[in-house]
Ligand binder design. Structure first.
Ligand code: ADP
Length: 509
């Protein structure tokens, strides 16, 4: 395929906005619909669309993993070969492209690094040993692609440790480059527990210069820490909710990086993720048994009955259902729920519908519960998008007892589906759920503070008693919950503000 001289991302028609339209290059390791392991992929799939709708010119750059279906997404060759300097080594790759909802997506095609079934690990959950090289390469290749196709970004937006080095490369190598010299950098931290800490033997390959291997930049107890370097070099940075931004500034929540985040002062903040309401809206959702709205909830009763039948629960419309859709990981607190669930179904009229996968011990525990408590607990171990929609629509409550939750999406889905969240007041859960007031009936859910079995038990008990004893409050809360708006447009405007501040910092304004 001939090398295009100055290929440009699709032009977008400018719409009225504050300030000039921006050119943004987003480099990330995951993006919906191509490859997803978590909320990061949802953000990288949705934010560019919302920015485009505001009149900005956005491209996304990600790996062409072996599992991505090229035919399904009409992914076609764009440029080959492309040389990328890593330390003293020139690596070669190709670039492919497609367009999703008007947003050009470019895929870095490297047999050496990405032609594997998994994103980060093999089928046995063993991390690929060359992950630091794979994602260091992705990041440099993303910048090289901007150069080769003459895309002069105002902003390079990196996500998590995988592409956190983008800011460092811009400042160390491209500070006066004709294409990249004007680019300011933004880093979004989706989960600070994952920092990309690797043996220092990878450092020369990454081409970051030994002079920068210091404890205030990349060095972390003799190893290299990608995220730490990103925090130091990015012009602006954010995480995915205001409360999580505060939590990560503390020794407990910062996983060793609190000091460095605090050093960045007002350059670090929280911006809530949005919800893709084209996918998650009970009025239009094609995946659920019946559609419904805040003004007509009849369809929700049908969804509840169908969910009960599908999950082997007693088909009784008067028993509340608590839904769970989650990775079964320590972070999500499903071990806390495990300590409370048996007592709850024995002592109260309540049913549970659980969907999840992950920790083998928890998978085993939750998979046996339907046999031990038939008709009261239904569970499915695995990943099932359709069932996740059914649980959101058919449940009365939705439990998220997370130990920490950078933003969380399911509680926002639950609100829109009139399914009241029962959450630990942490991170984005604290920011998006309003505590029930038993005197006035105001609020959108039930919150607890202590990460303990007791707190889970009594807060779910509180929700159940509200269901039976104060049904008028339930109705009031459902209306308030369904009226909440966490659209991407609102979040995208905050990102634009962040971008403009990054540009101002970069230019010393
Ligand atoms: P995290 O990214 O930490 O896993 P989020 O709440 O931000 O948590 O996003 C999780 C996303 O993955 C949601 O869209 C949720 O519906 C989905 N999800 C999680 N587990 C499952 C599962 N077992 N089956 C289907 N969808 C799931």
């Amino acid at each position: 395929m001939p090398r295009p001289k100055r290929a440009r991302a699709a032009q977008v028609a400018p719409t009225p906005q504050e300030g000039p339209a921006l050119r943004i290059a987003m480099i990330a390791s995951e993006c919906v619909p191509f490859a997803k392991t978590g909320g990061l992929a949802d953000v990288v799939g949705s934010l560019p669309k919302a920015l485009r709708a505001l009149g900005h010119d956005v491209i996304v750059i990600m790996p062409l993993y072996g599992m991505i279906n090229r035919e399904r997404y009409t992914i076609r060759p764009f440029l080959a070969p492309m040389g990328v300097w890593m330390g003293d080594t020139e690596e070669w790759c190709a670039v492919h492209t497609t367009t999703v909802d008007g947003v050009p997506v470019f895929f870095i095609d490297s047999d050496k690094y990405f032609a594997r079934p998994g994103l980060y690990h093999d089928a046995d959950y063993n991390d690929y040993l060359d992950n630091p090289r794979r994602f260091g390469f992705l990041t440099r290749a993303g910048l090289q692609l901007c150069i080769d196709m003459g895309f002069r970004p105002d902003i390079v937006h990196a996500h998590d440790w995988q592409t956190a080095l983008a800011a460092a490369y811009l400042k160390i190598w491209h500070w006066n480059h004709p294409v990249l010299g004007g680019a300011a950098s933004v880093l979004t931290i989706h989960n600070i527990a994952y920092q990309g800490v690797y043996d220092a033997s990878h450092y020369p390959y990454l081409g970051l210069q030994w002079g920068n291997f210091t404890s205030d930049k990349f060095e972390d107890h003799g190893r290299i820490n990608f995220l730490k370097g990103g925090i130091q070099y990015s012009d602006m940075l954010n995480t995915v909710s205001p409360t999580y931004a505060n939590e990560t500034r503390t020794p407990e929540g910062g996983h060793g990086l609190a000091m460095y985040l605090n050093d960045r002062g007002s350059a670090y903040r929280g911006i809530l993720n949005g919800v893709d309401y084209t996918q998650w809206n009970p009025e239009t959702d094609p995946l659920i048994p019946a559609r419904y709205s805040a003004s007509n909830l009849a369809g929700k009763a049908i969804c509840k009955r169908e969910l009960q039948l599908r999950m082997g629960l007693d088909p009784n419309p008067d028993i509340p259902i608590v839904g769970v859709v989650s990775r079964l990981a320590h972070q999500k607190g499903l071990d806390l729920l495990a300590g409370a669930i048996e007592g709850l179904v024995q002592n109260a009229l309540v049913q549970f519908a659980v969907l999840g996968a992950g920790d083998k011990g928890l998978e085993g525990y939750y998979s046996l519960l339907p046999l031990r408590f038939p008709g009261k607990i239904g569970s499915f171990i695995g990943y099932d998008n359709q069932l996740s929609h059914w649980i959101e629509a058919g449940s009365d409550f939705f439990a998220m007892p997370s130990r920490y939750e950078p933003c969380g999406l399911n509680q926002m889905y639950s609100l829109r589906y009139g399914t009241l969240p029962i959450v630990r007041a942490t991170g984005g859960l604290e920011d998006t759920v309003q505590q029930y007031n038993e005197h006035t009936g105001a609020g959108t859910g039930f919150k607890f503070y202590e990460p303990s079995v007791h707190a889970v038990y009594y807060t779910i008990g509180w929700a159940i008693s509200t269901y039976f004893d104060r049904p008028h409050h339930m109705q009031q809360m459902i209306q308030m919950a369904m009226a909440q708006d966490f659209s991407w447009e609102r979040s995208a405007k905050e990102y634009v503000q962040l971008y403009r501040e990054a540009i101002a910092r970069k230019r010393g304004m």
